[in-house]
Design a binder for this molecule. Structure first.
Ligand SMILES: [Zn+2]
Ligand SMILES: [Zn+2]
Length: 371
């Protein structure tokens, strides 16, 4: 038995998403079927939409999601029907070397964790449709592995709960788990979209003594101050100009630079901002084939570090509990990060709104629809 659902399908990069009926399979033993409440629009979705990251087509994108568990597979033990959950694109087995050493986003079994026996989604003609990251949340309902979901309390509203699945996990996670920022640190965050604002909030939570927000759009920098930025720099198309401005604030450079844009130029800029012994942490997903050029002298003589933090090197289950407490105690502002809510059928308009200066996160309301 399958469940008919409406889903936004990407047929071809560059073309608008098409909302159409698909058939959602039944949960396998270790899966849960989730009725979608809210989904955030993420820049990685936009990469696939534009074709700058490769993905098998046709596909249902959407991964920053909160919803209610409707059905559970026979082997599911941790999740119950009726619970509100959030999902991550990085399921983890909890038993491999990377998982037990605290790096579940690098789980050695991530591919087998996502495998299933039958296609998750079918078109009415019987052809299969892919789903991003084993989620595919631009749909009325989706199937996901138990290992990909965390339960959130009912005191966390769905329009902010969804943010925990990607931009908060990535931005706050990178600062706390990836960069391990503390009160002695000075932090520059390049890019003030959802992930960048989350990183700024992470640096504030971690007690960083200076937090420099960097973005090309002045309006975004004004927003960044509301989330904890102590200083702001309008970035120039010439990275040397941006470097000069940061050095005018901190002549030695910063101890941590966080790149939340996803371009090689901004990743190289992040490295250039570092003081000796500083660390640049790169979060943004870059177009397939991107490469970085780093001056070897600055790296070696200055004991500088360059690292990735895919999905913020988050520890999803415990992080979701931590983020929830910080939100409920007014130390993590999720409400103000949702700058626009739209009904599902306006999803393409939502992606256009991502380019607006006032946008931090666009969230789709999947339960208030006229379709
Ligand atoms: Zn994302
Ligand atoms: Zn593992």
């Amino acid at each position: 038995m399958t469940t008919p659902i409406l889903a936004a399908v990407l047929e071809k990069p560059g073309a608008p998403l098409q909302i159409r009926e698909l058939l959602l399979d039944d949960p396998e033993d270790n899966e849960v079927l989730i009725r979608t409440e809210r989904v955030g629009l993420c820049h990685s979705d936009l990469h696939y939409l534009k074709g700058s990251l490769d993905i098998s087509l046709p596909v249902v994108l959407g991964h920053e999601v909160a919803g209610i568990v409707e059905r559970v597979g026979s082997a599911v033990t941790r999740i119950k029907t009726g619970e509100r959950v959030v999902a991550t694109v990085t399921p983890s087995c909890g038993a491999c070397r990377n998982c037990i050493s605290g790096r579940p986003t690098q789980c050695e079994r991530v591919d087998s964790m996502r495998e299933r026996q039958r296609p998750r989604l079918l078109s009415p003609d019987g052809s299969s449709v892919e789903s991003l990251g084993g989620i595919g949340a631009f749909a009325e309902a989706f199937l996901v592995k138990e290992a990909s979901v965390a339960v959130v309390g009912s005191d966390l509203p769905p329009q902010v709960a969804c943010l925990l699945g990607c931009c908060i996990s990535t931005g706050v996670g990178a600062v706390i788990h990836g960069a391990k920022v503390g009160p002695e640190d000075t932090v520059a965050v390049i890019g003030c979209g959802g992930v960048g604002i989350a990183a700024i909030q992470g640096a504030r939570l971690a007690g960083a003594r200076r937090i420099i927000a960097i973005d090309a759009v002045p309006a975004k920098l004004e927003l960044a101050r509301n989330f904890g930025a102590t200083d702001t720099v309008v970035s120039s198309s010439d990275p040397t100009e941006t470097l000069i401005q940061v050095r005018s604030l901190l002549p030695q450079g910063v101890s941590h630079a966080i790149e939340a844009v996803g371009r090689s130029q901004t990743a190289e800029l992040a490295f250039s901002l570092l003081r000796p012994n500083g660390t640049a942490t790169i979060l943004g997903l870059m177009p397939t084939g991107s490469e970085l050029r780093i001056p070897a002298d600055a790296l070696v003589y200055g004991d500088r570090h360059l690292q990735g933090a895919y999905m913020g090197a988050n520890r999803f289950l415990s992080d979701v509990d931590m983020f929830t407490d910080h939100y409920l105690n007014n130390r993590l502002d999720l409400d103000a990060m949702v700058t626009k809510e739209l009904p599902f059928e306006r999803i393409n308009e939502g992606f256009e709104a991502m380019a607006e200066a006032s946008t931090i996160r666009v969230v789709l309301n999947m339960t208030d629809r006229q379709l």
